[in-house]
Design a protein around this ligand. Structure first.
Ligand code: HDD
Length: 702
C-alpha cells in the first residue's frame, strides 16, 4: 500500500472530513453486503403474509448472521474504556536525548488515547474504585509508538509471572460472578495481603486517585523505566509522566457510589461532551531522565515497577503537550478495536530489563490475536500506522492489503531486493550488556523491600487525603468475609503506619495483630521522606472553570433577577450552567420565564460540580414546594464539599435546608466554598475552580 493510501485508510482528521457529512443512507439505496439494492428491510420473505418464512431469504439470513457475530471478546482487563483522537506536540529540543522524530521540537504527531477502568466488564459503571488505564498511541512518521500506562505511577506486582493471579484475584469471584468492577471482596484482599510487594500500589489504589472526577483530570504514568537513545547511540533511563492542565481532581466515595447509579457513563460522557464543546483536554508530557550509574546508587531498584523515582531525586522536565480534540466517529471501530502493545516502540525509545515489562511485550500482542481474530489487526484503520508498511508477511485471517507481484521473501533478486533493510536508520536495539549469570527464577536484592515507598506516599498526603485513604481501606476490608484476611492486611499495614493499622483494627472489630515480618532485616535509608508531588493537592489546575457543571435550582415563581446574569456569566467562563427544576420545559419567573434543562428526578446533585440557590423570599417560597428534592440536593452538595453559590442573599439560607452553619457563634470552616455569588461572581468561580472544599468534610457532626 502506498503511504498516501495508507494515510487515508485511517479515520480522517476534522480538516479532511466533509464539514457537513452527507448522510449516504438518505440519498443512496440500502444494499446487502454484496451490494445488492434491497427492496424491503422490514419484513422477511414468507409464503403468503401469514405463511412460513422461507430459508431462501438471503437478506434475512445475512442480516441475522452478521448481527449474531457483532460482539468480539472484551479485553481481559481494561474492558471498559473511552477514547479520543488528538495530537502530541513536542515543545523542547530533545535531540540530545533521543533520536525519535516524535521528539523534534515543534513537531505535531497524531495520537489516539484510551482511558479505562481495569477490573470491570465492558458495560460496567465508570466511577468504580480502580486504577485507570492511560494508553496513548502515537502515529509517528517512523511507525507507531504505544505508551501503555496507568493513572498511578506504580504497579501491584514486580514480575509478569504473577499477572494472571492478580487479575483472577480482582475479577468477580468465579463461583458466583460477584462483585462487578470492585476490589472489595475476599479473593482480592487474600491475594494482596499475601503479597507485600503490592502494598505501595494498594496505598494509591485506596487513595482519591482511584475515583477521578474526570478522565481529563488525572495524571498518567508510563510506570516502567524505559530508555531513550540519541543519534550517537548514547542511552539514558527515563520515566514518562502526563500532567493534566485541568488539574488532578477526584470524587468522594459517597459521590462515586451514587454516580454509578445516576450515570454509569459519567466519565465517558464527560470526555465526549468536553471535546464536543471545544474544551479540549490537555496534558503536559514530562520526563524524568537519569543515568544507570545514578540509579545504581538509589535505595530502590528502577527495574522494580512497584517503586517510583521521587521528583526530589530526579525532577520532571516538561517536553511537550497532548491535546485531545476529536471524538471517535465509531466506538466499536476505534475505541474497541484499538490494540496497544508495550513492544510498539520507534527508533530512539528502548526498553529496560524490568521483568514486568518483558511479560507485557508478549501478552498484549498475544491477547489481540484472540480478541481481534488474527494477526492482521494491525491493518484495522485505528491500528494502522501512518508510516509506510513494507515486509514479506502475507495472508492470515482478515487480510485487507492486496499484495501484488510474486515476491514475498528476502533475499530476492526478482523484486529488486525490496523491501531492503534500513540498517542503522532502522530500529537498532540498544546493545545492553547481558551479565554472565546462571539461568534462574529469582529477583534482584532491592526488590525485597516492600514498604518504604508506601510510607513515603502516606507521609506525603494531605490530612484530608489520608482520611479518604483510610476510609477506602475500611470500606474495602469491611466487605471481606474472612476475618483472617482482614487481620493479615492490617498486619501488613502496621509496616506502613501504626496509627492507620490501629484505627482500621478498631473499625473492623479485630484485635491489632503483630506486624507482618519484613523480608529484609536491615532497611535501606530512603533518599526522600516526603514528596509533595505525590499529593494531588500539588495539581490544582489552571484556575479555569470551563466544563464544570453548575446546577441552578429553579421552581415555579422563582426570581430570575440574580439567576439570569449568573447563568450568562458562567457560560461566558466556559462552565455548563444547567437549570434544574421540577419538570422539563420552563418555569414562570418574576421576569418572564426560566428554562428547565434537567429535573430533580433525572439529575441528582452528584452530576454537578457546584450549585446556585436563589435566596430572596419569593424564590425560597417557590423552592419550598419541592423541599424534599431541593433539600437532598443542597445537603449532598454541601456534604461532598462542592462550591455553593447563594444568589443575592444571606448565606444562612443553607440552614433552611438543614445545614447547621453556626455552632455557638462560630462557623469554623462551615462556610468554606459557600459564596454570595450574585454579589461576588469571581469568588464563586474561584470556589468552583478549587473543585472541592474539604474543610467542610472534616467537621465533626457531618
Ligand atoms: Fe496491561 C491492557 C496498563 C501490566 C496484560 N494494560 C492494558 C491496558 C492498559 C494497561 C492501559 C488497556 C489498553 C487499552 O486501552 O486497550 N498493564 C498496564 C500497566 C501495567 C500493566 C500500566 C503495569 C505497569 N498488563 C500488565 C501485565 C500484563 C498485562 C504485567 C501481562 C503480563 N494488559 C494486559 C493484557 C491487556 C492489557 C491482558 C488486556 C487487553 C489488552 O492487553 O490489549 O494483555
Amino acid at each position: 500500500m502506498t503511504k498516501k493510501a495508507k494515510a487515508t485508510a485511517r479515520p480522517a482528521s476534522p480538516e479532511e472530513r466533509d464539514p457537513q457529512p452527507v448522510n449516504h443512507a438518505a440519498v443512496e439505496p440500502m444494499t446487502t453486503n454484496q451490494g445488492v439494492p434491497m427492496a424491503d428491510n422490514q419484513s422477511s420473505l414468507k409464503a403468503g403474509v401469514r405463511g412460513p418464512s422461507l430459508l431462501e431469504d438471503f437478506i434475512l439470513r445475512e442480516k441475522l448472521t452478521h448481527f449474531d457475530h457483532e460482539r468480539i471478546p472484551e479485553r481481559v482487563v481494561h474492558a471498559r474504556g473511552s477514547a479520543a483522537h488528538g495530537y502530541f506536540e513536542c515543545t523542547a529540543d530533545l535531540s540530545g536525548l533521543s533520536r525519535a522524530k516524535v521528539f523534534t521540537k515543534g513537531k505535531r504527531t497524531p495520537v489516539f488515547a484510551r482511558f479505562s477502568t481495569v477490573a470491570g466488564e465492558r458495560g460496567s459503571a465508570d466511577c468504580a474504585r480502580d486504577a485507570r488505564g492511560f494508553a496513548v498511541k502515537f502515529y509517528t512518521e517512523e511507525g507507531n509508538w504505544d505508551l501503555v500506562g496507568n493513572n498511578i505511577p506504580v504497579f501491584f506486582i514486580q514480575d509478569a509471572m504473577k499477572f494472571p493471579d492478580l487479575v483472577h484475584a480482582v475479577k468477580p469471584e468465579p463461583h458466583n460472578g460477584i462483585p462487578q468492577a470492585a476490589s472489595a471482596h475476599d479473593t482480592f484482599w487474600d491475594f494482596v495481603s499475601l503479597m507485600p510487594e503490592s502494598t505501595h500500589m494498594l496505598m494509591w489504589a485506596m487513595s482519591d486517585r482511584a475515583i477521578p472526577r474526570s478522565l481529563r483530570m488525572m495524571q498518567g504514568f508510563g510506570v516502567h523505566t524505559f530508555r531513550l537513545v540519541d543519534a550517537e547511540g548514547k542511552a539514558r533511563l527515563v520515566k514518562f509522566h502526563w500532567t493534566p492542565k485541568a488539574g488532578v481532581h477526584s470524587l468522594v466515595w459517597d459521590e462515586a457510589v451514587k454516580l454509578n447509579g445516576a450515570d454509569p457513563d459519567f466519565h465517558r460522557r464527560d470526555l465526549w461532551e468536553a471535546i464536543e464543546a471545544g474544551a479540549y483536554p490537555e496534558w503536559e508530557l514530562g520526563l524524568q531522565v537519569f543515568s544507570e550509574e545514578e540509579a545504581a546508587g538509589w535505595s530502590f531498584d528502577v527495574l522494580d515497577a512497584t517503586k517510583l523515582v521521587p521528583e526530589e531525586l530526579c525532577p520532571v522536565l516538561t517536553v511537550g503537550r497532548m491535546v485531545l480534540d476529536r471524538n471517535p466517529d465509531n466506538f466499536f471501530a476505534e475505541t474497541e478495536q484499538v490494540a496497544f502493545c508495550t513492544a510498539h516502540v520507534v527508533p530512539g525509545i528502548d526498553f529496560t530489563n524490568d521483568p514486568l515489562l518483558a511479560g507485557r511485550h508478549h501478552s498484549y500482542h498475544d491477547t489481540q490475536l484472540s480478541r481481534l481474530g488474527g494477526p492482521n489487526f494491525t491493518e484495522l484503520p485505528i491500528n494502522a500506522p501512518l508510516a509506510r508498511v513494507a515486509n514479506n508477511q502475507r495472508d492470515g485471517m482478515h487480510r485487507q492489503a492486496v499484495h501484488r507481484g510474486k515476491v514475498a521473501y528476502e533475499p530476492n533478486s526478482l523484486g529488486g531486493g525490496c523491501p531492503f533493510h534500513a540498517g542503522m536508520k532502522g530500529y537498532v536495539s540498544w546493545p545492553a550488556e547481558v551479565e554472565q549469570a546462571p539461568k534462574l527464577r529469582g529477583k534482584p536484592e532491592k526488590f525485597a523491600e516492600h514498604y518504604l515507598q508506601a510510607c513515603l506516599f502516606w507521609d506525603s498526603l494531605s490530612a484530608v487525603e489520608r482520611v479518604h485513604l483510610e476510609g477506602a481501606f475500611r470500606f474495602e476490608l469491611s466487605k471481606v468475609t474472612v476475618p483472617a484476611v482482614r487481620e493479615r492486611m492490617i498486619a501488613s499495614l502496621r509496616n506502613v503506619d501504626e496509627g492507620l493499622a490501629a484505627r482500621l483494627a478498631t473499625a473492623l472489630g479485630v484485635e491489632l495483630p503483630a506486624a507482618l515480618p519484613r523480608a529484609l532485616d536491615k532497611l535501606p535509608k530512603p533518599e526522600v521522606q516526603c514528596s509533595s508531588a505525590l499529593s494531588q493537592t500539588a495539581y490544582p489546575g489552571d484556575g479555569s472553570i470551563a466544563t464544570r457543571r453548575v446546577a441552578l435550582l429553579v421552581a415555579e415563581g422563582v426570581s430570575a433577577k440574580a439567576l439570569r446574569p449568573l447563568a450568562e456569566a458562567l457560560a461566558a467562563q466556559g462552565a455548563v450552567p444547567v437549570h434544574v427544576g421540577p419538570l422539563l420545559g420552563a418555569v414562570r419567573a418574576d421576569r418572564g420565564e426560566l428554562p428547565v434543562d434537567a429535573t430533580y428526578e433525572n439529575s441528582p446533585s452528584v452530576l454537578f460540580d457546584a450549585v446556585v440557590l436563589p435566596a430572596d423570599e419569593a424564590s425560597l417560597a417557590a423552592l419550598d414546594a419541592h423541599a424534599d428534592a431541593v433539600g437532598d440536593f443542597v445537603r449532598e452538595q454541601y456534604r461532598h464539599g462542592k462550591a455553593i453559590g447563594v444568589a443575592g442573599g444571606a448565606l444562612q439560607v443553607l440552614e433552611r435546608w438543614g445545614i447547621a452553619l453556626d455552632r455557638k457563634g462560630k462557623t469554623d470552616g462551615r462556610l468554606a466554598g459557600v459564596v454570595d455569588c450574585a454579589a461576588d461572581a469571581s469568588t464563586f468561580f474561584a470556589a468552583i475552580a478549587r473543585h472541592r472544599h474539604p474543610e467542610r468534610e472534616r467537621l465533626p457532626d457531618w
